[in-house]
Design a protein around this ligand. Structure first.
Ligand code: DGL
Length: 286
């Protein structure tokens, strides 16, 4: 059995990808991680897919230069726009978040009616519909772009004192804002009427809004986030390739952002990751 102590590279346009990093760290506590947040270009959602693909290739190159052993594109928009190009361009394994989320949704649905909420870029790419129907062509997929959820999650990160989930939780009378509720209702009512029994949170920011979204769609609808599934895929991939870190390896966590305000990244990121980020490096994309 061989081992590899090199880090796993993970990236997103911002903080959402930290929800994936959180699960990877939980599932693989001996693995080192380098996380890159492209805050300077966030949000990716409304951008031209070609532009997003360009960011993906540059960030992958940055991570490869740091000798990562694999890369997780912890952003649905970036997965939709650039996963294929990145896999073709680099020698190390690169995985995205769409296929694992689609797989979990196909497994979860009973009535074969699945909703997907995501950014404009992800919904327009049609990747989720394709990935879910590749698994089971009998599933009907209802997709809706919910771009303001990215904004709400980002705002929550800025304003919450503790974990951001407290800020947007329906259970918390203190933090919930009436306009969030209205926005969520507007976005999600059509999906509710479609009688879905499963809803994919197709943006890595959205698990932070689980309580708000779940409160609107109702407890009979299963919410699927790909984070956990992705962490299991990482474990499986590294095990198969005999590339896990040595047993007992002490992991090193490093964080970098393309935005010069690295203090802000460190303090907000801490609320999502639920651990200190330490010194965040300023690494412009060039
Ligand atoms: N986290 C990104 C995703 O999963 C969305 C945020 C953005 O628009 O940049 O799609």
């Amino acid at each position: 059995m061989q081992f590899d102590d090199a880090p796993i590279g993970i990236f997103d346009s911002g903080f959402g990808g930290l929800t994936v990093a959180r699960e990877v760290i939980k599932a693989l506590p001996e693995e080192s991680v380098i996380f890159y947040g492209d805050r300077a270009h966030c949000p990716y959602g409304p951008r031209d897919p070609e532009e997003v693909k360009g960011f993906v290739l540059k960030i992958c190159q940055w991570l490869v230069n740091r000798n990562v052993k694999m890369i997780v594109i912890a952003c649905n928009t970036a997965t939709a726009a650039g996963l294929e190009a990145a896999q073709q361009a680099f020698d190390i394994p690169i995985i995205g978040v769409v296929e694992p989320g689609a797989r979990a949704a196909a497994r979860a649905t009973r009535n074969r009616r699945v909703g997907v909420i995501a950014t404009k870029g992800t919904v327009e790419s049609g990747v989720y519909t394709k990935a879910i129907r590749n698994i089971d062509a009998g599933i009907t997929v209802f997709s809706t772009a919910t771009p303001r959820f990215v904004e709400i999650a980002e705002l929550g990160i800025r304003m919450a004192k503790g974990p951001i989930e407290n800020y947007t939780s329906l259970a918390s009378k203190v933090y919930i804002r009436p306009e969030f509720q209205e926005i969520a209702q507007d976005y999600l009512d059509p999906l509710r009427r479609s009688e879905i029994d499963t809803l994919v949170l197709g943006c890595t920011h959205f698990p932070l809004l689980k309580a708000l979204i779940g409160g609107v769609v109702g407890s009979h609808v299963k919410l699927i986030s790909s984070a956990k599934e992705v962490s299991l895929d990482c474990k499986d991939l590294l095990t198969r390739r005999e590339a896990l870190a040595q047993p007992g390896h002490i992991p090193i966590y490093q964080f970098a952002s393309s935005d010069p305000d690295v203090e802000e990244f460190a303090s907000f990121g801490e609320r999502v990751l639920r651990m200190s980020l330490g010194q965040v490096e300023f690494a412009p994309l060039g």
